[in-house]
Design a protein around this ligand. Structure first.
Ligand SMILES: [Zn+2]
Length: 236
């Protein structure tokens, strides 16, 4: 609730001394003096009233000039802080926005593991999405449920409209286990078993051919073999 100071000046005006209403004995709360103390944008002015549970609610002045009442520590602003953060598209606190941000930060790769998994493999966010959350949201749509995550169909390709969709972790898991199409030397295999049978190499070699590898001892980066990749099967 936002209070206009002038409208309340007669009742809660600063010039009037504050007299605490003690209420019933049962309901007395030790009243801490927060006068002048700040919490976010809010500066505590004076105790305002006791709420239904007999806790003291204070009158605050917000840095934007509005007045508001709240328990000390419950709020950071009169509400203007949230409005300000939401100004551009109103979606700053949505899961889609968080996804967009972490996707970009993964590809910027400030951590070593991200560097290996994304930067070194040339996986990045397409130009259309890089600077525009609006375009990302238009292409991807709303995240269907909180369990859904963004997923790249082709593990060696980047984040773009054609390569991404929302999936639940179990679909992602099953894709990892047995729902890949293996393309080895340009030949397509429906499963890893099929690819293993045809190539007569180890699973590890197949994965190295498709994804490349990083030698943990000397940091050597083995690039994927040409014409080798893993592509996710969807709709299984
Ligand atoms: Zn404010």
């Amino acid at each position: 609730m936002v209070h206009n100071f002038n409208a309340h000046a007669g009742i809660f005006g600063l010039e009037q001394p504050f007299i605490p209403q003690l209420g019933t004995l049962k309901g007395i709360e030790m009243m801490k003096d927060f006068t002048g103390k700040r919490c976010g944008y809010l500066t505590a002015i004076k105790p305002h009233h006791q709420n239904k549970r007999n806790k003291w609610v204070w009158l605050f002045k917000c840095d934007c000039g509005n007045f508001t009442t709240a328990r000390f520590g419950d709020r950071l602003s009169c509400g203007c802080l949230k409005r300000k953060n939401n100004l551009t598209h109103g979606m700053k606190y949505t899961p889609e926005y968080q996804t967009w941000q972490s996707m970009k930060s993964r590809c910027k790769a400030t951590r070593l593991r991200e560097k290996r998994n994304y930067l070194d493999r040339g996986i990045n966010v397409c130009e259309e999405w890089k600077d525009s959350f609006e375009t990302f949201f238009k292409d991807m749509g709303k995240r269907p449920t909180p369990r859904h995550q963004i997923d790249r169909r082709d593990n060696n390709a980047g984040y773009n409209k054609d390569n991404c969709r929302w999936v639940t972790p179990d679909i992602q898991e099953s894709n990892k286990r047995n729902s890949w199409i293996w393309i080895i030397d340009g030949v397509e295999y429906k499963s890893r078993a099929e690819a293993l049978k045809a190539t007569r190499v180890s699973s590890m070699t197949l994965i190295r051919w498709c994804q490349g590898y990083v030698d943990k001892r000397d940091g050597y980066i083995g690039k994927p073999k040409p014409n080798c990749r893993m592509v996710r099967k969807y709709g299984t």
